[in-house]
Design a protein around this ligand. Structure first.
Ligand SMILES: [Fe+2]
Ligand SMILES: [Fe+2]
Length: 290
């Protein structure tokens, strides 16, 4: 490297390789019974890796970045894979930080879907639970962590202070674009979230993969599960239509299974496989486009 090499942080990945710090941060942030005061203390000082991750996310997720990434990925041109193949592929995203207690990606998916199943929810919701994080395979195609996980937010309009670490948006080029910084920005009032360009990540991508196979309730769970500013904090209601408002309860119903299903016993894959073979056959073709 010469002294003239420009300093760039765009390719930095401040979280552990498997990104579980982000999940742990979320779990702490939304611990049940937490006061607003305690919530605010979940700050940068206490979580430097996560804060740096959000600094990158809020700096580089511009409206144009979203349009470019959607063009790159939403055509689903990366080959065909069954659900099991996609899960095995995602599972190559391992982290050696604590191999004894950390769950693999597959184990997180199974714990989520098994918790949903145990509570007697419909089969489509169990299937949704299993596939909800398969979009994290974006990392294996070279996308940086800040473009794959983290809270999502609308681009092309003013940022809500209900998005985590809102101060980092000041470094986003869109922050200085007046067209994008009015309340509605490029959108019409109550245009519906389907018309809103959300920051790019595993939620929007897995929705694209699954959109022909699961009911609308499940698709909302996939597409907006990281949109905490909306489903937890009530922000951006003015972009929503009646359908979004009706579907929000399903996103909320799903959220605890994602956040709090981490148990200490690892799911028994061999025992569970026949059930999931049947479940996948019911909802999905043998191979899906990715
Ligand atoms: Fe997720
Ligand atoms: Fe998850």
């Amino acid at each position: 490297m010469s002294a003239a090499t420009p300093i760039t942080d765009v390719n930095q990945n401040p979280l552990h390789k498997d990104m579980d710090e982000w999940d742990e941060f979320l779990e702490g942030r939304y611990k049940e019974g937490k006061t607003e005061e305690e919530f605010r203390q979940y700050d940068a000082e206490a979580n430097p890796g996560v804060a740096e991750f959000y600094r990158l996310n809020h700096t580089y997720q511009t409206h144009q970045y979203v349009l470019d990434k959607e063009k790159e990925y939403f055509g689903l041109t990366r080959g065909k894979k069954s659900i099991w193949e996609a899960a095995d592929f995602l599972n190559t995203l391992v982290d050696d930080s604590d191999p004894d207690t950390d769950l693999t990606q597959l184990e997180h998916l199974l714990q989520t879907s098994e918790a949903i199943r145990k509570d007697g929810h419909p089969r489509w919701m169990v299937a949704t639970g299993f596939v909800h994080d398969l979009g994290k395979c974006l990392c294996l195609w070279g996308e940086p962590q800040w473009g794959v996980v983290g809270d999502t937010f609308p681009t092309g309009c003013a940022y809500s202070d209900q998005v985590v670490f809102p101060e980092y948006f000041k470094a986003n080029p869109d922050y200085n674009n007046p067209k994008y910084q009015t309340k509605y920005g490029i959108y019409e009032p109550n245009c519906g979230l389907d018309n809103v360009k959300m920051s790019f990540g595993h939620d929007g991508y897995i929705y694209e993969v699954m959109k022909n196979y699961l009911p609308m309730e499940g698709l909302y769970m996939l597409r907006y599960h990281s949109f905490y500013a909306w489903h937890r904090h009530g922000a951006y209601e003015y972009l929503c239509n009646e359908q979004d408002r009706a579907m929000k309860e399903w996103v909320l119903k799903f959220n605890p299974y994602d956040l709090y299903s981490k148990g200490h016993t690892k799911p028994n894959m061999a025992e569970l496989k026949p059930y999931y073979d049947d479940l996948f056959a019911e909802f999905f073709p043998e191979k899906l486009d990715w």
